[in-house]
Design a protein around this ligand. Sequence first.
Ligand code: NA7
Length: 552
Amino acid sequence: MPDASHASSPRQLDVAIVGGGLAGLYAIHRLRKLGLAVRAYEQGSGVGGTWFWNRYPGARCDVESLEYSYSFDDGLQQEWHWPERYGTQPVILDYINHVADRFGLRRDVQLNTRIASAVFDDTANIWTLTTRDGETIRARYCVMAAGNLSTPRVPDFKGIHDFKGRWYHTGLWPQEGVDFTGLRVGVIGTGSSGVQMIPIIARQAGHLTVFQRTANFSLPARNKPMTPEREGPHKANYRERRAAAMETPFAIGGHPRPTRKTLDVPADEREKTYEAKWQEGGSISYLYSYTDLLVNKEANDTASEFVRDKIRSIVKDRRTAELLAPKDHPIGTKRLCLDTDYYETYNRPNVSLVDVRTDPIREITPDGVLLQSGAEHALDAIAFATGFDAMTGALNEIDIRTTGGAVLREHWAGGPLTYLGLMVSGFPNMFVVTGPGSPGVKTQMIASIEQHVDWIADAIDHLGRHRLDRIEATADAEGEWVNHVNEVADSTLYPLANSWYVGANIPGKPRVFMPYVGGFDRYKKHCDRVAADGYPGFVLSRHEAADAASRT
Ligand code: NA7
C-alpha cells in the first residue's frame, strides 16, 4: 500500500526511480552504492516489470538465459542456475525476486504505486512526483525506468465490453492463470507474444481461432534443458564472455561475427548455412549468417525466402501456409520471433487461421468476433496479443513537465526526442533508461540496462564530485542525435517494416524509427567518450537557488 504518512510532508530523496523492473532494481543497487537516498515506485504488486505482468502461457525470453541476466555481481551469476536454454516467465520472475532479496532492494521499492505526474521546479531545481493516491515525493534526480513494452494496448474494438466471454491481454495476464480447457478461444495478434502463446493454447482449447493481420517470421527456439556441459564452461569464463558481448551490436556473445556478404556466397552454400542456423535455433545466429542481411534487400530476400519455404514445408494446408509466410517485410526488420511448434500448430484439426488483413475485424459482438465481410466467429474467450504502446507509452502516460513550461507529451508530439536516449532537452536531471534513441530494445536488454544505469550513476557522481547539481541535454545535441538515429536507421532495411519500432501498431502514433540500430558496441563507446570528455552536449551547472533552499 502507498505510504500515506508522507501525504502531507513529501518524502525527500536524492533520486526517485519510476519502475521496479530489471532497470529500477539495478538503479537502486547502483545508486545506493554512491550513498544516495533512492526509492523506486512500482505500480505492480510485486517487482519484475515485464516479467511480473506478462504471464501468458508460453511467455519466455528470446535471448538465452546465460546471457539474459545481470552481470554486475559475479557471485550472483555463478550461483544462479538456469534450468533451460531460454528462461520462462516464472523462472525469470523467481530470478528477479532472488536478486531483490540478495541485495536488499525491497526496502527501497514502493509497490502498488503509480506515478501520475513529475514536475521539475526550475527555480528550486527539484523534481516533485505525485502518485495516483496523492503522495508527493521530492527528488534532485529522477530516473525513468518505466519500461519500453509496459503499456499494453487493446485495440479500440467496438462492442468489446459487451462480449459475454472473458478477455485478456498478454501484458496484463491474470496472476492465477487462465484455464482454456475445451473452450472456443480467439487469439488476436501474431507478434512474439501470440507466437509463443498459440501452440500452448491450441493444446488446451476446444477450438482455437487465430486472427492474423500481419504474418511474422518465426524461427525455432530449440529450447532444451541446461546441461553441465553448457553451463560449466560458460560460468568458468563468465566475465570474459560478458566483456566480449559488450563488443557486439546486440550485446550478446557466443556468436561469431559474420565475415562474408550474402551474394558473394554460392546459393547452395547459403542454403546449407541457413539450414544449419535453422537447426541450431535462435535469432542472432540466423541474422549473423552474413554481414549484410539487414542492409541489403536482395541479400535479405534469400534469408526470408528460406524461412518462407520452411513454413510451406511444415504447414500442410497450402492456403494457410501462404498466409503464414510473411511477404510484407524483410526478415529481421520486425522483432524476429522464436517459437516452439508454432507453424506445426496450424496442422492441428482444432486450429484455424483467419486473415484479418483482407477482412478486418469490424467489432466484438457478445458472442465473438465479427469481420467486415459479415463472417462471425463464435468464441468463449479472447486473448489479445496486440502489443504495447512501445517505447514512449509509459512516459507519455505520466504528466511530465517543468515549471518553465516544458511538457514532455508536447515535446514528443512529433515523435520522441532524446540525446543518447538518456536525457531530454528542457527536462534537467531526468534520466531515461533504455529509452527511444538508445539501442536498448535491439539488444540483450539487461546489458543495456546495466550500461545505461552505470552511465547515469557516473554522471550523478561526477556532478557531486564537482559540486554541481544540474545536468541537461542541449537542444542542439538532442537534434543531432535524433538525426543520427534516423540516418543510421535509414541506412538499414528496418524502416521498411511496419513494427512497434516505428509505432505502427498504434493508430495515429507518429511514424518515427525509435531505437538506435548502430549497435550496442558503437553506442557504448560513444557514451563512454561523452563522459570521459566532460559531457559535451550537456550543460552541467550548480544551482544557486537550490543551495539557498537547502541551507534554510
Ligand atoms: P507486437 O509484436 O506489437 O504484436 C502485436 C500483434 O497484434 C501484431 O501481430 C499486430 O498486427 C496485431 N494487432 C494489433 N492491433 C491489431 C488489430 N487491430 N487487429 C488485428 N491485429 C492487430 O506485440 P507482442 O506483444 O507480440 O510483442 C511485443 C514485444 O515483446 C516483442 O517484440 C518482444 O520484444 C517482446 P500488425 O503487425 O500490427 O499488423
